[in-house]
Ligand binder design. Structure first.
Ligand SMILES: [Zn+2]
Length: 121
C-alpha cells in the first residue's frame, strides 16, 4: 500500500491556505460593497482581478477537498474512470489527479474536464 501521508500533509496545508485566501477575499469584497460609491475606478479593476483569483481558489479548494475525502475513503490514487492506479509520479506532480494518464489523455481529447491541464506534469 502506498503511503500518501506526505501528500496528505501538503493537501491539508493547501486547504488551509486556500480557505484563508477565500475568507479574506470575501471579507474584503463585503467591505467594498459597503463602499460601493467610491468613485475610484481602480478599485473595481482590482476587484475584477480578485474575482478571477477567487474562482480559481474556489475550484482548487474543491479539488483539494475531494482529494482529501478520497484519501480518507481509501480511494486516493485510483483512477476515477477505469480504477487503475494512478502513477505516484503523476500524483506527486498533481496531488489531486483523479484520472490515470490514459483516461486523462482521452478526457483531454474529449475536452470533458474543465480546468484540466495535461501540460502540468
Ligand atoms: Zn484510468
Amino acid at each position: 500500500m502506498t503511503d500518501y501521508s506526505a501528500i496528505k500533509a501538503e493537501l491539508l496545508a493547501k486547504q488551509e491556505e486556500l480557505s484563508d485566501r477565500l475568507q479574506e477575499t470575501q471579507a474584503t469584497e463585503g467591505h467594498e460593497v459597503e463602499e460601493g460609491l467610491d468613485p475610484n475606478a481602480q478599485l473595481w479593476e482590482v476587484s475584477e482581478v480578485r474575482d478571477g483569483l477567487d474562482d480559481e481558489a474556489a475550484t482548487e479548494l474543491n479539488q483539494v477537498n475531494e482529494a482529501l475525502s478520497r484519501l480518507d475513503a481509501g480511494e486516493y490514487g485510483y483512477c476515477k474512470s477505469c480504477g487503475n492506479q494512478i502513477g505516484s509520479a503523476r500524483l506527486e506532480a498533481m496531488h489531486y489527479a483523479t484520472l490515470c494518464i490514459d483516461c486523462a489523455e482521452s478526457a483531454e481529447d474529449n475536452r470533458d474536464l474543465e480546468g484540466f491541464d495535461p501540460d502540468e506534469y
